[in-house]
Design a protein around this ligand. Structure first.
Ligand SMILES: [Zn+2]
Length: 329
């Protein structure tokens, strides 16, 4: 397949365990678009500006900024670019993530508190998890989405590219897809070196976040990966790590790894007898308890998946904690 696009990876520091994050300068014809904007630190913004300068681009020259999703390591210099007159294109739900003190942040905070308790976290562990999430919230900058992106539509600023919704790692997530060249600019949907976490979020709809239902993110993520298998993707430009080819075999192995992890968790749950999701997470990831919200989200995703196929059952107990056990045991 012939490439008409020029894509430059701009690698930026995050201060997070993930390491660096990528932004991309994409040129097609006379159009110049930036994908993602790093984390909200002066260090990151200066490096972004430097790398753009080296490519002969002043922020004013950009036709658009596209945000693949709203996580802090992808959106930090958004307002800085808007101040240079760049329009922000993203999934409409990303607007929520760009308002760290807004309604959505409070909704999510109420959801998280309730979620942590329901899943068996208590005392110090909850305070620690909340501190971690607050730390992340500080690494973003208040901004807005100028142009909401709709799935299936052509992405106007960049000839040849269209918009795909890719829920899973985040609910409000898009990829840019060029059917002619097979180029897929996919944010964190598929990463080359690590498997992407299908982060659980509140499903907006309840009046208060504490009453919100959780998203079944892992189930959604797997469905989306299976959908991506049907596209003739040639090159993936990921949010972390190097651009790569051969995504179909990578997705196939990710799906198999997930099935293996599912079976391991079922086995471990069988040994524990009856367990909260948090106790199961700590037993499965004993080295990663410093990442409590992440490992909890991961394990709940698997439990929801196993419950949907009848492998495990859950019951809300008198102390307000949901406990799980292997079906029929
Ligand atoms: Zn992310």
């Amino acid at each position: 397949m012939q490439k008409k696009t020029e894509v430059h990876k701009l690698e930026l520091p995050t201060r997070l365990p993930i390491g660096t994050v990528n932004a991309y300068l994409v040129r097609a014809g006379s159009a110049q678009v930036l994908v993602d904007s790093g984390i909200h630190t002066a260090e990151c913004r200066d490096l972004l500006a430097d790398q753009l300068t080296r490519l002969g681009v002043h922020p004013n020259d950009l036709d658009a900024l596209v945000l693949t999703h709203g996580h802090v390591d992808h959106t930090g210099s958004t307002q800085w670019l808007r101040d240079h007159g760049v329009k922000v294109y993203a999934h409409p739900g990303v607007a929520n993530w760009l308002d760290p003190d807004g309604e959505w942040a409070r909704y999510r905070e109420a959801f998280d508190k309730q979620f942590f308790r329901l899943m068996g976290m208590s005392g110090e562990d909850i305070l620690y998890a909340e501190r971690m999430l607050n730390f992340l919230a500080q690494l973003t900058d208040r901004s807005v989405v100028d142009v909401p992106l709709l799935p299936g539509e052509a992405f106007a600023p960049l000839p040849g590219f269209s918009v795909l919704y890719v829920p899973g790692h985040a609910q409000a997530a898009v990829a840019l897809w060029n059917e002619q060249t097979g180029e897929f600019i996919g944010g964190d949907q598929v990463l080359p070196r690590i498997s992407s976490n299908a982060v659980i979020e509140p499903q907006a709809g309840a009046k208060d976040g504490s009453q919100a239902v959780r998203t079944r993110s892992l189930i959604q993520y797997r469905e989306n990966l299976q959908f991506l298998q049907s596209l003739s993707i040639d090159t993936v430009y990921p949010g972390h790590g190097d651009p790569f080819q051969g995504v179909h075999s990578l997705i196939a192995s990710r799906l198999t790894e997930q099935e293996r992890r599912r079976d391991e968790l079922r086995e471990l749950l069988g040994q524990l007898g009856k367990s909260s999701a948090y106790a199961l997470a700590v037993a499965y990831f004993p080295e990663r308890t410093d990442q409590a919200p992440l490992i909890l989200s991961e394990v709940v995703g698997y439990l929801d998946w196993m419950e949907s196929i009848g492998v495990v059952v859950s019951q809300l107990e008198g102390d307000g904690v949901l406990r799980w056990q292997v079906a029929g045991e």
